[in-house]
Design a protein around this ligand. Structure first.
Ligand SMILES: Nc1ncnc2c1ncn2[C@@H]1O[C@H](COP(=O)(O)OP(=O)(O)OP(=O)(O)O)[C@@H](O)[C@H]1O
Length: 556
């Protein structure tokens, strides 16, 4: 996607290009008109003539102010609505891609695109689109020059065409340099992110701080060098063009009168007009690097959109969720493999498993054995590469049924995210909220004001308990906990296994919890153990694992 393509897509609420360009043309015409009247007035002495030219100048100026104001506002509306439309389109696609694509693209790249590239586009596009006005100013001034001295105008046109030709030849090189500079800048921002994110770790480790600081200095220098190179390339040939324009001026001032091609009374007007031409030319010089940046940003946004398009599913954000009831969930021959890195792809499965409503299932396994991947498959966050999920005996086929299925679950993952507001819910009953806050020892720490938490500035354990409270308010049928108790004190750990899980069971909720707290295994109905992507069922009171044949589904 180029910047021009982006702007050619008219967003709802944005003014049309014809009206926008007409307003710019009018502003350019008025500006050139005002200047022409002034130039004409420089050779006039008669009172009546001066008065009428002054009246004309006032009219041109008034027209310029009105047209300029209108054109600027229309330009801002066009640019901002177009960018708004692209941003919303990207975010919409982003919410609809599968988890694997989301993880592959990476948070850093996504944030850089949605925040930085969009900002670059917005700033640069505004300047670039206003070039329309400069073009008009340039054309009208050139026309006036043709009226005064056709030969000078012809030479100017040749010089400008030469500049445009040089520019087109260099365009690809400039864009490549700009894109390289932007990549270096993204790398730099990544390091800044590490410095901010790892503030505490860096404070504790002077040599680590020194090394990352040195790397950041190098990255910043590299970024500055590339930016400066891209900017230099963009302006070099236009400076050349500007120099040619100055040579042209010298020619007009010295050679034309000597050759008898220019009468002295015309000389001052012609020189003034040529000088005035440098105003739009300088504007072009100024916006050229910005044009390169905007195009590089548009390309980066376009590449991201292509990645998202390849993975986006048909699930609509606005769709109403159909309520589903779970009595059983079954995984039949479910397998999933991550994309291979260095030729080795981690595989989970085949998993054959049936979960009945109301069961409390514990999941164990060493680090990297596939527990979280299994949770993603079970919750429908990740579609299986092979095999199928069944809900109440019916296979879940297609993205839509998987999207509906996901609404069965409420989860507190290890990398859970706390939203400041209860998005997607009606304000809960304040008495129930108060009772839950008390149960989780969060009363006096935070409150729910309507749907908004008064603060999220809590300790690690408290934040996890607040995430638990949000999950409870969601009141879904299946609860997923990934090492919930890992950052809780012994009291809350005991409370979770001895009180909270039995409460879930009494309510008929299904619980699937990743845990390493073996002293509480008696609280589980089932125990699934993962090793190198394979799942086997163990029994809470068994000393040795009981191997389950993977070809046949097992259930309890
Ligand atoms: N996004 C990913 N892309 C590629 N490979 C991945 C990705 N996430 C996990 N893996 C691979 O899958 C394996 C299993 O990861 P998973 O997160 O399921 O393990 P886990 O049992 O939950 O580990 P832990 O106890 O450390 O949380 C890992 O060894 C890793 O190699």
């Amino acid at each position: 996607m180029s910047m021009i393509k982006l702007l050619s897509e008219r967003a709802p609420g944005a003014p049309g290009l014809p009206s926008l360009l007409s307003a710019q043309a009018l502003a350019g015409l008025a500006g050139a008109g005002w200047f022409t009247v002034l130039t004409q007035a420089s050779g006039v002495t008669g009172h009546a003539q001066v008065t009428s030219l002054a009246a004309l100048a006032v009219c041109a100026l008034a027209l310029f102010v009105v047209a300029q104001r209108y054109a600027t506002r229309q330009t801002a509306a066009r640019v901002e609505f177009s960018i708004h439309s692209v941003r919303i389109r990207l975010i919409d696609k982003l919410t609809r891609v599968d988890l694997q694509t989301f993880e592959r693209i990476g948070k850093k790249h996504l944030l850089s695109c949605v925040e930085k590239d969009m900002k670059v586009m917005s700033n640069a596009t505004m300047a670039v689109i206003s070039a329309g006005q400069s073009i008009m100013l340039f054309v009208f001034t050139l026309a006036y020059l043709a009226y005064l001295l056709p030969l000078a105008c012809a030479i100017c046109v040749v010089v400008i065409l030469l500049g445009v030709f040089l520019h087109l030849i260099r365009l690809r090189t400039i864009e490549r340099s700009t894109q390289r500079a932007m990549k270096a800048e993204n790398n730099l921002f990544g390091l800044v992110g590490h410095m901010i994110g790892g503030f505490k770790e860096l404070k504790l480790h002077q040599r680590r701080r020194r090394e990352i600081y040195d790397e950041l200095v190098g990255a910043s220098e590299h970024s500055a060098t590339l930016n400066q190179k891209a900017f230099g390339q963009a302006t070099d040939h236009l400076i050349l063009l500007q120099s040619i324009l100055y040579i042209l001026l010298g020619l007009v001032v010295f050679a034309f009168p000597l050759a008898g091609l220019l009468q002295p009374f015309l000389l001052i007007r012609v020189v003034t007009v040529i000088l005035f031409l440098s105003v739009p030319i300088n504007h072009f010089i100024g916006i050229l690097p910005m044009y390169g940046q905007a195009n590089a940003a548009a390309r980066s946004i376009g590449e991201l959109e292509q990645l998202l398009d390849a993975a986006v599913d048909v699930e609509e954000l606005s769709e109403e969720v159909e309520p589903v009831l779970m009595s059983s969930i079954e995984l039949r021959n479910v397998c999933f493999a991550y994309m291979a890195v260095d030729g080795h792809a981690f595989e989970v499965g085949p998993i054959n498993l049936s979960v009945q409503q109301g069961q409390v299932i514990f999941i164990t396994g060493s680090n990297g054995s596939g527990k979280s991947t299994f949770m993603k498959l079970l919750t429908g966050l990740q579609a299986p590469s092979v095999g199928c999920l069944f809900l109440n005996g019916t296979p879940l086929e297609g993205v839509r049924s998987l999207a509906t299925y996901r609404n069965l679950f409420s989860a507190v993952f290890t990398d859970y995210h706390l939203f400041p507001r209860l998005y997607g819910s009606v304000p809960p009953d304040p008495t129930r909220v108060q009772e839950l806050l008390k149960r989780l020892a969060l009363d006096g720490k935070t409150r729910l004001d309507g749907r908004l938490f008064t603060t999220l500035d809590l300790s690690t354990g408290q934040r996890k308990r607040l995430a638990h409270l949000v999950a409870l308010l969601e009141d879904r049928q299946v609860y997923i906990f990934d090492e919930w108790a890992a950052d809780q004190d012994p009291n809350f750990r005991r409370w979770f296994y001895r009180e909270e899980l039995p409460r879930f069971k009494a309510m008929g909720k299904t619980v699937i919890a990743v845990t390493h707290d073996d002293q509480y295994f008696s609280n589980a109905d089932r125990w699934l153990h993962f090793e190198e992507g394979h799942c086997e069922e163990r029994f809470p009171d068994a000393a040795l694992p009981i191997s389950i044949p993977q070809s046949s589904p097992f259930s309890i």
